[in-house]
Structure formats: C-alpha cells, structure tokens
Write a protein that binds this ligand. Structure first.
Ligand SMILES: [Cu+2]
Length: 159
C-alpha cells in the first residue's frame, strides 16, 4: 500500500517536471541576443561618431561619451573599441560583442563576466556611483596578445 503511494507520487512528480522542462529551458541565462557582427560594428561606429570626445593616449582608441541608455563595446584581437566615458550615477546598458574569435569580458566595476561568442551580443547593466577608472580585461585566452587586451572604463562626475 505504502509502496504504491510512493510509486504514484514519483510518477506524478516526474510528469510535472517533464511538463515544466520546456519553459525552464527557454529561460534566458543572463541577457544576450543574436546579431550579425557587421551590424554590431555599425551600431558601435554610429555611437562613436555621434559622441566622440577625444582619443585615449593609453590605448590609442577614440574616447566616446554616450548619453545614458544603450552603449556599445567591441572586442577584437587585441583591443576594446572604443574607450567609454560614462557619467556617475547614471544607468547604462552595455552591449558587448566580439568581432573575431571568442573573448572574455570582465569589468572590475561590478565584477561582470561574460563569454563573448562571435554573433552573440551580451548585455551588462552598468552604473557607477562615483567617478573613477575601472578596468575591462579579456578573461578568455584569445591568442598572442591576450594579456595586453585591456582598456579603461572612465566614469566622470556630472558636468
Ligand atoms: Cu583574450
């Protein structure tokens, strides 16, 4: 009698688990979306053109100061493009993607970590409370100059 009850319970539980499985699979594991690398490059370039604010003496990349909202960062062997200058206290959705091979994105500000697979864009929310300099480094081995693949994330006070 008791064994039958246990067997029935296990059967019912299995059916419930099986029923919720598709929904569980569809759940996003961190926010990301598919996008052609050329299209991502175009969006990044459009932002860089519209909000250019100088050139980084450190990395040679342009410094871009975009408004609050969606901002773009491109990884390619072996640099990050462009150098972003954000404003303290504001909230940004940072879209990051690779143009060539698999890279790793790591941001010291919030310890965000994402694997950058070409063709996929990762979205990281960024909000710095105080001005400062934070480090973006590649955290997945991507070849010869992997160790040098780093860039600053600049956070400034409100003007
Ligand atoms: Cu790397």
């Amino acid at each position: 009698m008791r064994q039958r009850l246990i067997a029935t319970l296990i059967a019912v539980l299995s059916m419930v688990l099986l029923a919720v499985m598709p929904a569980w699979w569809r759940q996003p594991k961190g926010l990301s979306y598919a996008l052609d690398p050329d299209q991502f490059a175009a969006r990044t370039e459009a932002m860089a053109k519209a909000h250019a604010s100088g050139r980084s003496t450190e990395t040679g990349q342009p410094i871009v100061r975009p408004p609050e909202g969606d901002v773009y960062l491109m990884a390619r062997r072996w640099s990050w493009y462009p150098v972003l200058e954000l404003e303290a206290g504001r909230r940004y959705r940072l879209h990051v993607a690779s143009q060539d091979v698999v890279h790793g994105f790591h941001l010291s500000l919030n310890d965000a970590e994402r694997l950058l697979v070409p063709g996929r864009v990762e979205v990281v929310t960024v909000r710095a409370e105080k001005p400062g300099r934070f480090a973006i480094v590649c955290s997945d081995y991507c070849g010869l100059e992997h160790n040098g693949m780093q860039a600053p994330l600049l956070v400034t006070d409100k003007p």
